[in-house]
Write a protein that binds this ligand. Sequence first.
Ligand SMILES: [Zn+2]
Length: 267
Amino acid sequence: MWSFKAWRQRRILANNPIAAATWAKVRQQLPILDGLSASDEQRLRDRAVLFLHAKHLTALPGVTLGDADRLHLAVLAELPVLQLSDLDWYQGFHEIVLYPDDFRSPQQHRDASGVVHEWAGEHSGEAWLQGPVILAWPGVLHSGQWDGYNLVIHELAHKLDMLNGSANGLPPLHANMRQSDWAQAMQAAFEHLNAQLDRHPHAEPPIDAYAGENPAEFFAVCSEYFFSAPDLLSAAYPQVYAQLRLFYRQDPLARQQQLATAGRVKT
Ligand SMILES: [Zn+2]
């Protein structure tokens, strides 16, 4: 069947070619793409171009974006959804705002007695329900290594989570997944992490302690680790890794292990 969408996408790709030198620079900045098949890498490239066409990047004073910078961001944004094509997973927002550095933003928290506490917190990123994604540019540039940190994947995981309403750690699951399996794996790991932090508040847990804040942060932090330190996540919480593997339909651990065998990444 003739598809207008496919025709339009081909036109956008034809009109926005990536210079070979630009792609080479981006690839060099993003070791977490190492080990992707040639066809996956090509698809990621195409989808990054389509992402940049669909989203507006607003660079605040102090951020200057070249072609490679825009592509660096877009490739990281598209990596989590590379094998998900049955839905426009990044629907409902059009803008990414880039701050020159971490920013302060009003925070609210309602405690058990119903009192709302507000304070100004220092942030590297935010994802607004029905609104933009905000990223501190240095955090974007630091994302892309095999080190458990990925600001772009973290904030966009919040967007995936918000697809079925509020951010609660439960994105729309696929037909071959069970919500009870998901809830069981996430809940057990979340409680394990918090019990560990309760016992030793200054302990270094296997994944970033920020994951213990609430289920939404747990999903976002685990998504970061899934793509950038899958060895740590799967060792600490194998059931969480298994659920994320079903959700993202990727297996970064296998890729990381192949690279380690080839001596291209330390694990
Ligand atoms: Zn978060």
